[in-house]
Design a protein around this ligand. Structure first.
Ligand code: SF4
Length: 266
């Protein structure tokens, strides 16, 4: 009988973060990452083989979509990762690897349902990161799932150029403001794309209007023409001028080869 579960295929370890490869039953590779912190463990799991997103700044943006991962594959990968990393700190399962989770919303939702129904030594919480594609799917998720809205820029022309499959900015802002659960804006800082005063000011105003914090991420380019912004602290200061709550996250992306879709080895 064919083993339908992905098989662990090796890993690389940065010391803080481990990037783990799995081979699916039909011969494709998918990756997950585990980030260990004193207060919690984060497991980042991919949702698609390839991606439908076509985001210009992302290593998965140029990948052909092969297929969605199933609820059983994603759940198995999380359990496998937990098994090899025992501990009793809370675990955040974050659907933010390769793939757009909301394009595979039903399987992601069912995977959360399966994990909630299982006994695990650690308390599990859930998050998903979206590039703003198929945001109407958020309605069907349990409202304690944290949503990280990856927003490169509120400028519609920049947004369309960088994330061509995303919903329009109006729909994104509506979803951001209306989602009733925990949420935040995630913005990777990219040179000559969004690291300017105008963009940071606009982001700050949006964050204040919707009552969310902004997490500025250090951009870690993989297979892309874009580079990391050279003025991250200045961007943070510009954003905070608006009164918005904002932080600069420097280590997460670096350790796990950056956020959404960047699970490719350099
Ligand atoms: S940023 Fe996310 S949705 Fe966009 S191409 Fe990368 S993995 Fe896909």
């Amino acid at each position: 009988m064919t083993n339908k579960f992905p098989i662990r295929h090796g890993y690389v370890d940065s010391g803080i973060t481990r990037l783990i490869s799995y081979e699916t039953h039909d011969g494709h590779m998918t990756r997950a990452a585990i980030v260990k912190r004193p207060e919690k463990t984060i497991i980042c799991v991919s949702t698609q083989i390839g991606c439908t997103g076509t985001c210009r700044f992302c290593s998965a943006g140029s990948m052909e979509i092969v297929r969605n991962l199933t609820r059983h594959e994603m759940t198995h990968i999380v359990y496998d990762t937990l098994f090899y990393n025992p501990g009793n700190v809370p675990v955040l399962v974050s659907f933010m690897g390769t793939g757009e989770p909301l394009v595979n919303a039903e399987e992601v939702r069912q995977s959360i349902h399966l994990m909630r129904g299982a006994r695990t030594p650690q308390r599990l919480r859930f998050a998903l990161s979206t590039s703003g594609v198929s945001l109407h799917e958020l309605e069907r998720f349990p409202q304690d799932v944290k949503v990280q809205f990856s927003l490169i820029s509120p400028d519609s022309s920049v947004l369309e150029a960088m994330t061509p499959q995303a919903d329009n900015i109006g729909s994104i802002l509506y979803a951001l403001c209306e989602y009733p659960g925990p949420k935040e804006i995630n913005t990777p800082l990219i040179e000559r794309v969004n690291n300017d005063h105008r963009t940071m000011h606009a982001l700050g105003v949006i964050a204040l209007s919707c009552g969310v914090d902004v997490k500025l991420n250090r951009f870690h380019p993989v297979n892309t023409q874009y580079t990391a912004a050279g003025n991250e602290q200045q961007c943070l200061a510009w954003l905070r001028e608006t009164g918005a709550e904002a932080e600069l996250y420097a280590t997460d992306g670096e350790d796990i080869m950056a956020a959404c879709g960047q699970f490719e080895l350099r």
